[in-house]
Design a protein around this ligand. Structure first.
Ligand code: HXC
Length: 514
């Protein structure tokens, strides 16, 4: 055969292999509002940047008549490409081929591209759309998952790992996304659960839909398993694009800087925080009032909304923002918000992203529910994550910084590099009402007018402690600033922290309160 006819033969083979599961299966997907695996890759990556590998891989299963089945590419597409010029490794499961189920060769393709990503130190994007372990391949499928989980763990903190759930993700298969850094879900398309509705019906006798069990909203609002929620696949892909512009390729680099841009004038930093400490406000406005172009990419927006996390920029450099949100539960720390903040702090620390923390916290949430849910263990994660982080850490105390919340929210004692406070800051063991009731209990009870004396004692306590000057006098706060000076000081703090180096004791690894 001449080279020309061999080349024609290659093209014919390619044409066949990229068909996936064929017209009918593709139409079934489209009817559910889903793109094909190839369309997804094309939509996520830069135009014409995708290079595919292992197109001709075939499955080796022989049981249950599998030898008679042709599964193009064994139900998964792998390759390399770029996003906004960033190199990435990517895989996409193809539901049209045996339900995207994971057999031995399918798993080998995924682990090949994972190994590439780790070796090449570039981000990994995985698109999950699969019926889970390929039932006909038995333990080979389970082995495949194990190999994937091991690599997720090895790559954790070295390269960013992104999971996009665009179909079912059932059984143990959900643990790969759970081991990655960011999980994207799309309304009505994404489904994640350990045991599906059929099993639940058999074992528990309960009927539940896949949507109610593990749909996109469930994981964005209730479980916190998802980090980004969108209505359509296109919206999801633009979220991925935006995230990629904020994060570095690996832990050996910094995120690519942008040109510095002033915040939008509509965010007036003086006018956001109300004078009355009981009045709520949206702390995202404070973040937008200091960040370049007021641009802020919020993460886990719909879960544990009493804390806000996300990326913005200061003078062009990517910043991880953590802020108590007085709009929700007065911004208290609880089990979920502690988990949310701690994991984000660890991501920022692993990937050389400075952290700015805005504090307005009445403390940890009291009550039997929280105590029994393990607020001690979960709350400790915030202390651990901030203490362990060696990236530049800057704190601005806006209003309340009470009790454990004061310490936990990147206080000087956990080695914040700079702590600034607004004149409205109140730093105390607890709120004035609670404090006065406890320390002046006898005096209040003995008084003929307990209400009057209570009010007097609250006032006395406020004057003594509900201000930033006691902490400033001890050097726990570096400087008390006018709100309008905040951005200027943050720009300077980030600038002077560029070469921060600190030594931590040598150890294999710490043991965080997981
Ligand atoms: C082999 C599978 C499969 C699987 C789907 N298919 N899941 N083949 N192994 N796990 C095949 C179907 O036989 C069918 O093939 C095609 O994919 C499309 O599936 P449908 O059922 O027709 O699609 P749909 O109606 O959309 O339902 C999708 C689904 C359902 C909800 C995902 O297929 C399903 O419940 N699958 C099983 C899910 C599951 O329990 N997986 C195992 C989890 S345990 P044909 O040839 O007819 O087109 C697990 C352990 C991992 O994953 C442990 C790791 C630690």
């Amino acid at each position: 055969m001449s080279l020309k006819s061999k080349t024609l033969d290659l093209l014919r083979r390619r044409e066949k292999a990229i068909q996936g599961g064929g017209e009918e299966a593709i139409e079934k997907q489209a009817a559910m509002g889903k793109m094909t695996a190839r369309e997804r890759i094309k939509a996520i990556l830069d135009k014409d940047s995708f290079h595919e590998y292992d197109l001709f891989v075939e499955h080796e299963a022989r049981d249950f008549d599998m030898e008679k089945k042709v599964l193009h590419g064994d139900g998964v597409i792998i390759g390399t490409g770029s996003i906004d010029g960033y190199p990435v490794c990517i895989f996409a499961q193809d539901f049209t081929v045996a339900g995207g189920s994971l057999g031995l060769m399918h798993a080998r393709k995924i682990t090949k591209i994972m190994d590439h990503a780790l070796k090449l130190r570039v981000p990994l994007i995985g698109i999950n759309d699969s019926g889970g372990a390929r039932i006909q391949e038995g333990v080979s499928s389970l082995a495949g998952y194990g190999e994937i989980f091991f690599r997720n763990t090895l790559a954790s903190g070295v390269i960013p790992q992104i999971s996009v759930i665009l179909g079912p993700c059932a059984g143990g298969a959900v643990y790969s996304p759970a081991l990655t850094d960011f999980v994207f879900v799309v309304d009505k398309i994404s489904k994640m659960f350990i045991t599906g509705p059929e099993v639940i019906k058999t074992v528990l006798g309960e009927e539940i839909s896949m949507e109610d069990l593990g749909g996109a909203r469930v994981h964005s609002e209730i479980t916190g398993n998802a980090h980004f929620y969108s209505e359509t696949e296109e919206e999801c892909f633009s979220q991925i694009y935006k995230l990629m512009t904020y994060i570095p390729w690996s832990n050996e680099r910094k995120a690519i800087p942008f040109k510095s841009k002033e915040p939008k004038s509509k965010y007036k930093i003086d006018a956001i925080v109300p004078g009355d400490p009981k009045q709520p406000y949206d702390v995202r406005d404070v973040i937008k009032a200091v960040s370049d172009d007021s641009d802020f990419l919020e993460i886990q927006e719909y879960w544990a909304a009493n804390i806000i996390i996300g990326f913005g920029r200061i003078a062009g450099e990517t910043i991880g923002f953590v802020a108590n949100q007085p709009l929700v539960l007065a911004g208290v720390l609880d089990v979920d918000s502690s988990d949310k903040a701690a994991r984000f702090i660890r991501f920022c620390d692993a990937f050389n992203i400075p952290i700015i923390t805005f504090v307005d916290v009445p403390g940890y949430l009291p009550g039997i529910d929280q105590e029994h849910a393990g607020v001690i263990r979960h709350g400790a994660k915030v202390l651990y994550a901030y203490s362990e982080a060696t990236v530049p850490k800057i704190t601005v105390i806006l209003r309340k910084a009470y009790g454990g919340g004061y310490i936990a929210m990147n206080s000087r004692h956990l080695r914040a590099d700079f702590v600034f406070a607004w004149p409205s800051a109140e730093i105390a063991v607890m709120g004035p009402e609670g404090a006065a009731n406890i320390i002046f209990k006898k005096e209040i009870q003995a008084s003929p007018d307990p209400d009057k004396i209570r009010k007097l004692k609250i006032k006395e306590y406020k004057e003594k402690f509900a201000n930033p000057y006691v902490a400033a006098a001890k050097g726990y706060i570096d400087t008390v600033i006018e709100p309008k000076e905040t951005r200027k000081l943050l720009v300077h703090a980030i600038e002077v922290s560029k070469n921060k180096r600190i030594d931590i004791p040598k150890k294999k690894h710490g043991i965080p309160p997981f």
